[in-house]
Design a protein around this ligand. Structure first.
Ligand code: HEM
Length: 414
């Protein structure tokens, strides 16, 4: 096991995938340990800017991630926002605080109630038929070609189609969702956001303009979709404001497909490189629900979220001061050997599988039902073809310290 201390904040650290050996060392030797602040070179339009990122406590064990997640009064998502990157301005902080993931009770409780009242497990179940339909078409197209980029053709395509249906937006606009999400989540990747703050600002403006237009149209003619239900829902006698709706929209558009994309592409990367596993799952749709949960643990698409300590507190034996930045590494918790037997082995039949890929506590992912349904359906459709799945070149990884993702994955199905 290497004893080097890697810069967990540096997107370059994740260039070949998450540093699992380093996380294992931290879980063993320093489960809540300080990561030094860094200076990041960014730019805005043509001008270079250097952003100082504060140091933080990296929380790496399963139990401690749960403990901190369940105590929002101590570990706040709102105080300095939910992201590892420190807000660059007051406006940036306020924008992060408008996102559901960047709120604390009571604001969080109220807004979350609006969403859960209209986006329920039953909403996902009602979409089952159309998801099966989309998945069958996506798979048929992908396996027909000689070589295919599994990210674009499979992993991105299904969640985008499903998201468009869920929101009630024309399917041909799904390319916009992909573009906005790539610009925001791919901020540190030269192929997407390119570290350009102006790109982020432009993306917010474009996505909000689209949301306002879509919201107005749905208010005029409501239908059975999520946007219609969000713009007409009332909680405590009041509707969502336009600002609340726009931020929810953006969170749903990004969280609603990018994560599932990387779950599927990570799962496909694993299976393409492990014929023993793809043979085991080939023709066994009954194993897919368990296999998808193990993929969630294995890939952990969202590697971390950030909190800020509201008072001095002890976590996993370490004293944390009020105001300190605390980062919860789900990617590490999901390989915690004190919870998962043979944690570095992919076991499609693993049960129980208490992974934290969807987070835990009051911010637990609202789309977990939909994500599980999409991924399971897709791998069930892929089951007859899995025995012929092979990589045809190396994948390109997303440069990110937040999302464990692939940009391309060239494969063939025979
Ligand atoms: C594999 C797929 C997915 C993964 C791994 C994932 C992961 C997560 C995680 C880790 C959080 C916790 C945030 C925190 O603690 O601060 C979260 C929250 C959230 N997710 Fe997901 N997600 C996925 C799919 C989805 C989908 C499909 C949707 C919607 C259609 C969605 C909507 C949300 C929303 C709205 C929140 C914020 C909840 C809150 O702050 O109360 N997610 N997700």
């Amino acid at each position: 096991m290497p004893s080097v201390t890697m810069g967990l904040a540096d997107p370059a650290t994740y260039a070949d995938g998450p540093p699992h050996a380093e996380f294992a060392r931290r879980r063993r030797e320093a489960p809540v340990a300080w990561v030094e602040g860094v200076l990041l070179e960014r730019h805005s339009g043509g001008s270079a800017i250097v952003q100082r990122q504060d140091g933080y406590w990296a929380v790496t064990r399963h139990r401690a991630v749960i403990e901190a997640s369940r105590a929002p009064e101590v570990f706040s998502s709102s105080a300095r926002g939910p992201f590892l990157a420190d807000p660059v301005s007051r406006g940036d902080l306020e924008r992060n605080r408008q996102l559901l993931a960047g709120m604390d009770p009571p604001e969080h409780t109220r807004l979350r109630r609006v969403v859960t009242s209209v986006f329920t497990p039953a909403t996902a179940r009602r979409m089952r038929e159309s998801i099966v339909d989309h998945a069958a078409r996506v798979v048929a197209r992908a396996v027909a070609g000689h070589e295919v980029d599994a990210v674009a053709a499979i992993a991105a395509e299904l969640p985008l189609l499903v998201l468009a249906d869920l929101l009630g937006i024309p399917r041909q606009d799904r390319g916009l969702f992909l573009q906005w999400s790539n610009h925001l989540i791919g901020f540190d990747d030269p192929a997407f956001g390119g570290g350009d703050v102006a790109v982020v600002n432009r993306t917010f403006v474009e996505a909000f303009a689209y949301a306002i237009e879509a919201g107005r149209a749905k208010r005029r003619r409501p239908a059975e979709d999520l946007v219609s239900r969000l713009v007409t829902a009332e909680v405590d006698g009041r509707r969502l404001t336009e600002t609340e709706f726009c931020h929810l929209w953006l969170l749903l558009v990004v969280a609603g497909h990018e994560t599932t994309r990387h779950l599927v592409s990570g799962g496909l990367e694993l299976l393409a490189g492990r014929p023993d596993l793809s043979n085991q799952l080939a023709g066994r749709p009954d194993l897919m629900a368990g296999a998808v949960d193990e993929m969630l643990r294995w890939v952990t698409p969202i590697m971390q979220f950030r909190r800020t300590a509201q008072r001095e507190v002890e976590l996993d034996g370490t004293r944390i001061s009020a105001g300190d930045k605390v980062v919860l590494y789900y990617i590490s918790a999901n390989r915690d050997e004190s919870v998962f037997v043979d944690a570095d082995r992919f076991d499609p039949g693993r049960s129980p599988n208490p992974h934290l890929a969807f987070g835990v506590g009051p911010h637990f992912c609202l789309g977990s039902h939909l994500a599980r349904l999409e991924a399971t359906t897709l791998f069930q459709e892929l089951a007859p073809h899995l025995a012929r799945l092979r990589p045809t070149g190396p994948p390109l990884r997303l440069r990110s310290n937040f999302m464990n993702g692939l940009k391309t994955l060239p494969v063939t199905f025979g």
